[in-house]
Design a protein. Structure first.
Length: 152
C-alpha cells in the first residue's frame, strides 16, 4: 500500500471543508483553499473534480461559489476519500501487473492472493471506521482511536 499525494492532499482538502462545515462557513473556491493549505492550485482543482464525481463534495457557481462537503463529516470515512481519488485503497500487484499468466490469472490456484485479499479487507475496514469527524479531533484523541482499533 502506498499513500500518494492524491490521498494526502484529498484528506487535507476534505478536512478543511469539514472544519468550515462545523463552524457554518459556506463554500470555498478551490484556488482559495489551495492558497490557505499551501497546495498546488491545479492539483487541488483536479482533486475537487474527483471528489465531486464521487459525491463527497458539491460545487456552487457564482461570486460566493466554491466547494463544500455534500455530507456531514461523521458520514465521510477516510476510505471514501481515498477511493474517490485513488479509485482503490490497496493495489494487489498480481491483479494489476501479473508476473505469470498461469500463476496470476483469476482461475489459477494461488496461495498468495488470498492473503493480499484479506489484508486489503482489513485495511478497508480500518479506513472505513475512521471518519473526517474523527480526524478533526486533537492528535491525542486520534492516536487513542487508532490504538483501540489495533487492539481489536
Amino acid at each position: 500500500m502506498r499513500i500518494t499525494t492524491w490521498t494526502e492532499y484529498s484528506l487535507i482538502i476534505t478536512l478543511h471543508l469539514a472544519r468550515r462545515k462545523r463552524i457554518g462557513d459556506g463554500a470555498v473556491p478551490a484556488r482559495e483553499l489551495a492558497e490557505i493549505e499551501g497546495l498546488p492550485a491545479d492539483y487541488t482543482e483536479q482533486i475537487f473534480l474527483r471528489l465531486r464525481r464521487a459525491g463527497l463534495v458539491q460545487s456552487v457557481r457564482g461570486a460566493k461559489g466554491g466547494y463544500f462537503l455534500n455530507r456531514p463529516p461523521e458520514e465521510i470515512s477516510v476510505r471514501d476519500v481515498m477511493a474517490a481519488c485513488e479509485r482503490q485503497t490497496f493495489e494487489v500487484n498480481c491483479e494489476t501487473h501479473p508476473v505469470n499468466d498461469d500463476r496470476c490469472s483469476p482461475a489459477a490456484a494461488c496461495s498468495i492472493r488470498p492473503m493480499w485479499a484479506a489484508l486489503q479487507q482489513r485495511i478497508d475496514d480500518f479506513l472505513s471506521s475512521v471518519t473526517l469527524a474523527d480526524l478533526l479531533k486533537q492528535e491525542a484523541s486520534v492516536e487513542e482511536l487508532v490504538a483501540i482499533s489495533d487492539s481489536d
